[in-house]
Design a protein around this ligand. Structure first.
Ligand code: G1P
Length: 294
């Protein structure tokens, strides 16, 4: 039987250079979409997909992430004494919702390197990897969509999205063909090759990898055998390419809308759409936008 995915790794040691100066002293994972940090959305997606064991790969200057998922006695006490029950509930929920472990990535040597830092905490079992700056709004959590395909094949699965040719060189890109079997439509692909951030004219397709992965433990030795690639960094995409020699890898063109919240414009779009969907803010915010004439 295919072992269950119980753990998820959240690389959060990157420097967030696309969002400077906000990220000079603040982790990009803590940027708030409306009122919740990006990493909390990602962790809530894991929980909604049945994954409660969380590993966060942090680095220097990232202690606010640990504080966010810790108990805040002073704050809880204050809210309790002021009878702010709802806010208290929201604050408590954060520390109660997960079992979290941290590991440091001393230098930002790439996504593959970050995942490798979680090797001992993950151990010999399948796990999810989630990039918090890819925010995905969907009916069924994206990780759950990937998990269903993983359970069928017992092989690694990556999230895929079609992107315009002119934008493709910002992504890992796959060569893949759709597979068809009972229960899945044409959104499941068997991957034949993966390339990290190719030039548009050299990209094998317009199918980009988005930051959701279900990985099997052999990925660790594959990354260990992977030399630095794009930008001199150890890339997860290259590690997966290595793994492909010994194991099939699948891709899922997921249902849902993805925002690149690590980018300023993408972050603004996500903020507007998430705010409009909120029960408490959507109405007045829509009125405000209409007044602005949009
Ligand atoms: C990373 C991965 C890339 C993937 C992208 C998705 O790149 O290396 O393969 O397509 O995330 O967001 P980054 O955006 O961190 O440079």
């Amino acid at each position: 039987m295919t072992p269950k995915v119980r753990k998820a790794v959240f690389p959060a040691a990157g420097l967030g250079t696309r969002f400077l100066p906000a990220t000079k002293a603040m982790p990009k994972e803590m940027l708030p979409l409306v009122d919740k940090p990006l990493i909390q959305y990602a962790i809530e997606e894991a929980i909604a997909s049945g994954i409660h064991n969380i590993v966060i790969v942090t680095g220097r200057g990232k202690s606010s992430i640990e504080d966010h998922f810790d108990v805040s006695f002073e704050l809880e006490h204050l809210l309790e004494s002021k009878h702010k029950t709802e806010t208290l509930q929201a604050v408590r929920q954060i520390s109660e919702m997960i079992d979290v472990a941290y590991v440091r990535q001393k230098e930002a040597l790439g996504l593959g390197h970050a995942i490798l830092r979680a090797k001992d905490l993950v151990g010999p079992e399948p796990f999810a990897a989630v990039l918090s700056d890819d925010v995905i709004d969907s009916q069924v959590p994206c990780l759950k969509q990937l998990g269903d395909v993983y359970e069928f094949y017992g092989c690694p699965v990556v999230a895929l999205m079609e992107v315009p040719r002119e934008a493709i060189s910002a992504y890992g890109v796959v060569a893949a063909e759709p597979v068809k079997h009972a229960g899945h439509g044409s959104n499941v692909f068997r991957i034949h090759d993966l390339v990290e951030k190719p030039k548009a004219e050299e990209a094998p397709s317009n199918l980009a990898i988005i930051g959701r992965y279900i990985l099997t433990p052999e990925v660790f030795s594959a990354i260990e055998a992977t030399p630095p690639g794009r930008g001199g960094e150890i890339q997860l995409t290259d590690g997966l390419r290595h793994l492909l020699r010994s194991r099939p890898i699948y891709g899922v063109k997921f249902e849902g809308k993805r925002f690149d919240a690590g980018d300023k414009l993408g972050f603004l779009k996500a903020t507007v759409e998430f705010a409009l969907k909120r029960e408490d803010l959507g109405g007045p915010f829509r009125d405000y936008l209409q007044k602005l004439g949009f």
